[in-house]
Design a protein around this ligand. Structure first.
Ligand code: NAD
Length: 472
């Protein structure tokens, strides 16, 4: 039985690595975490010095920079940061973004401090990491994670640029920044959007859908979401508004709400912002023991909050035939075995939530190239399309053929792709390609029965090739 987050990830890694012929020592080299830096720093706040503890863990430098979010939560600890860093290594390899894996965390309850205080704390934490090159566009590039967002990334970016005034690529030291501070369109929604694209790709093959005991499309599927933060909200919002899913329950910190007819995700999100929780949301039933709703009837379960929420104690009771891990590590390795035996299909975290790092990669490339995507091509593309439309209309008039292009078609066809369209296209392509690489292993190898093991096989294979190519 694996105890602890790292042990759980390692157990899943070993299960897959054991099916591969990696050669002596390489398996361990890939698995272990290279280094974890712990920093304790003081900030004078409210008339006293407060000491904070933070971490930055580098799991693998087979590619650099290394990449991974910074989490703000009281529960942050070294084991958690190392486990999350290892998942970043596998995730980046799986979706072919050229990074090693890293992660950071600060033990803090962000809701206990006001904005100005959080800025002082974040800048000081960033200072400690920057001066050791643990934030650096060429070496280590953080991003948002639980408890952090665009605001914190903007502070970190500014702090780096103040300390490195001649680094022309300074903005690329962190991703997930606001648009006006070097961010990219579509980054905030990216992880949730990626969850949607992952589900769409899964539902494209009826054979896979049938394996989960389901049929048809996403339309009308009953979905339960845990955590309506950045990832959970965007996933639920897009699935509801664009794919016709019915969000039947939402689990948050203070409990859960459910309604068989479906919940309005945007309205619940607003209610949480105004009231601090889901309790009191009109027209839904409130359940104080939120985690109990993980076991409710539904078609798709989306854990999008914390690690370890589906464990040996509740896995057998999970009724969802399909789980998509929007959070990192929501299913422990023990629970994974129970779910596998039950025939539950789990779309694993390293694939399901890779949309964030994928779009972070686009942002980093944008920062290094110092130009917005689409800026050079957009109008040229529109002009070429206009030529074709004009010619078709001229032919129609010249030959007196009574047809015309619908205005809907024309407006869609004539519009050149801007940054948001390009980001979504790149993300969709990445999610489709990565799923197909997992699926190929899942469907062709008799010794691989689940998507997680297949994903690990793909990721480990790529990391191993990288080590073999460059030596250690
Ligand atoms: P977030 O802070 O925006 O949201 C987390 C949500 O979970 C909040 O609404 C919070 O209230 C809720 N929550 C906290 N404890 C809970 C509990 N015990 N029960 C139910 N809900 C609870 O964080 P996020 O960025 O959405 O990250 C969520 C998960 O997704 C994490 O595992 C993170 O590592 C992973 N992830 C995030 C990104 C990203 O781009 N933000 C990328 C990849 C993976």
């Amino acid at each position: 039985m694996a105890t602890g987050f790292s042990a759980s990830v390692d157990a899943m890694f070993e299960r897959a690595a054991g099916l591969m012929d990696l050669g002596p020592g390489l398996q361990e080299k890939i698995r272990v975490c290279n280094a974890t830096y712990t920093v304790r720093f003081g900030v004078r706040l409210r008339g006293a010095i407060h000491t904070f503890t933070g971490y930055r863990s580098v799991h693998s430098e087979h590619m650099e920079p290394v990449k991974g979010g910074i989490r703000y939560a009281l529960s942050v600890n070294q084991d958690e940061v190392e486990a999350l860093a290892s998942l970043m290594t596998y995730k980046c390899a799986l979706v072919e973004v050229p990074y090693g894996g890293s992660k950071g965390g600060l033990c803090i309850d962000p809701r206990a401090w006001d904005e100005h205080e959080l800025e002082l704390i974040t800048r000081r934490f960033a200072y400690e990491l920057i001066k050791r090159d643990m934030i650096n566009p060429a070496q280590n590039v953080p991003a948002p994670d639980m408890g952090t967002g665009e605001r914190e990334m903007a502070w970190i970016s500014d702090q780096y640029q103040r300390m490195n005034t001649t680094d022309i690529n300074g903005r690329a030291c962190v991703t997930g920044k606001p648009l006006n501070a070097g961010g990219i369109a579509g980054r905030v929604e990216a992880t949730g959007r990626g969850v949607q694209y992952a589900l769409r790709e899964f539902f494209r093959t009826s054979e896979d859908v049938a394996e989960a005991g389901l049929s048809g499309t996403l339309d009308g599927k009953r979905v339960i979401v845990q955590g309506l933060g950045n990832v959970g909200f965007h996933a639920a919002h897009f699935l509801q508004t664009e794919d016709g899913c019915r969000i039947t329950a939402i689990i948050e910190r203070d409990g859960a709400i459910h309604s068989p007819g479906g919940l309005d995700v945007d309205a619940v999100h607003l209610h949480i912002q105004e009231n601090g929780g889901v309790k009191g949301f009109p027209g839904a039933t409130f359940e104080p023991d939120g985690a109990a709703l993980l076991e409710a009837e539904c078609d798709i379960l989306i854990p999008a909050a914390l690690e370890g929420v589906i464990h040996a104690g509740n896995a057998a009771n999970i009724k969802a035939p399909l789980i998509i891990e929007a959070a990192n590590g929501p299913v422990t390795s023990d629970a994974d075995a129970i779910l596998r035996d039950k025939g539950t299909i789990v779309i694993p975290d390293m694939y399901a939530n890779a949309g964030g790092v994928t779009v972070s990669y686009f942002e980093w490339v944008k920062n290094l190239s110092h130009i917005r995507f689409g800026r050079m091509q957009r109008r040229a593309e529109e002009a070429r399309h206009q030529l074709l439309v004009d010619e078709l209309e001229r032919l129609s008039r010249a030959r007196d053929v009574p047809w015309e292009l619908s205005s809907d078609f024309k407006s869609q066809y004539l519009r050149g792709a801007g940054e948001l369209e390009l980001v979504r296209s790149g993300l969709d392509d990445t999610m489709r390609a990565a799923f197909q690489s997992i699926r190929e292993v899942w469907r062709t190898r008799d010794d691989v029965s689940d998507l997680r093991t297949a994903a690990f096989v793909v990721a480990i294979g790529r990391i191993a090739s990288s080590y073999r190519a460059k030596g250690l």
